[in-house]
Design a protein around this ligand. Sequence first.
Ligand code: GLN
Length: 535
Amino acid sequence: MRKYIFVTGGVLSGLGKGVISSSIGLLLKLQGHVVSLQKIDPYVNVDAGTMNPYEHGEVFVTRDGKETDLDIGRYERFLDEELTASNYITTGQVYWNVIRKERSGKYLGKTVQIIPHITDEIKRLIRLPLEENDAEIGVIEIGGTVGDIESLPFLEALRQMKDELPREDTFFVHVTLLPRLSTSDEVKTKPTQHSVKELRAIGIQPNAIVARCDQPLPEPVKEKIALFCDVPLQNVIEDPDLRSIYHAPLAMSDYQLHHRVAEGLQLDVADAPLQEWTRLVRRTEHPDSRVRVGLVGKYVELRDSYISVSEALLHAGAWENIGVDIEWISAESLTEGGGTASLAELDGILIPGGFGHRGVEGKLEAVEFARAQRIPYFGLCLGLQCAVIEFARNVLGWEGANTTENDPETPYPVIALLEEQIQVTQKGGTMRLGVYESTLAPDSISRRWYETDTIAERHRHRYEFNAAFRQEMEAAGLRIAGTSADGQLVEIVELRDHPWFVSVQFHPEFTSRFLSPHPLFRGFIRSCLEQRASS
Ligand code: GLN
């Protein structure tokens, strides 16, 4: 038995379809169903790897090394499960597959068309993760807004699936916005009616409407939507603004969205056991203490660029009963005028991943500040590379030490291209991507927090600690706390003479979950609290 829940969006983008999809998935999973979540991105990019974080937010990397949209990260954080490449589809990938088949002669003699060839490929890719994971229910989120040219082939594929499958095997949830006119204080349903009309023109009648609004919906508004959009009244679900995304499963459970879905799909459901989730949500609101963490980055104007990092801080805080206030610090601001004054009140400094030259010198200022002032420091990927460069320049006195990414002529290339990258010329999907194992040093901070000797973490980089400088750096006080399974690559660097200075070449933020935070984020937040207590 395989059943499909399709989540579409109307009126405008950014309504939180991902949160609704994740909430439905979580509520069904908590009742013992095997659920698979999938995101369809109607972009022509083959994956999200080549997209600028300013345009698309963070690039999230799956265990098997696919560079995906940040919604995949949200699914993992809500469901506490690892998704894979097949949980993410783009237009580019669909066409790529079809064109490759055409070139290899698979359609010999045929005219290759959007219907049926592209739509058949879409249907195959929608079924794939359910087959791979032996899942019973697929929740498929269609990115963009109904009415966009880009999403038409996908919606046509969904329409076909609806007609091919028994009625009780598909369910369409349409997420829309109900604007409120400030002059008359009236909630308007017309944009919702229009977007449903648009869907129906494609041949899809939604089974439920989730209506985003700034307040709980008055009954007459729900009745109007039910009547005009031809949806049973109890299937019009309000979605008022919430204090955080983690309230969404609780709200959707209260409004019984999963019961409505289950009725449509003829599934057994009861109320979902949300006690643990509720307990952690409460802690995010009323923690015992608070800390201030400075996140020094290059894309801080668009916080979605670092969404897994900020969520991982929140998860760790909820677990440890510590509220985390993030100070978003533009790396460039640290080298322009103000200097490091903005770092003075912080309990900890975190430098996330990044690419290119811009902001790196400011990040080095932040590392120096954390090292010299003995403030907890957590470096992720580029954050490790900055820690190594700073140590080389300011502890060892190696003037001009750098990464060859930004200075190919540096006299001290302490960070250099990975050997396997030397021949690489193509940009898409060619970094060191996905899970690799590392071995931890027995006496390290990392070993203490992981409580295990070997770890498996997700990577996304081309450059790496240059082993040629390893001995000298270790002798000067750098601790190599983790290496690749073969001992060749440096994966974690710590400082010996510092309360909590940990930088990692991988991305621990990708595996932090609301119900099971990442141990290093917990360690970092704890050390921030100790720092606060001692200052
Ligand atoms: N730009 C660096 C590299 O490619 C760091 C990458 C990252 O932070 N994800 O190695």
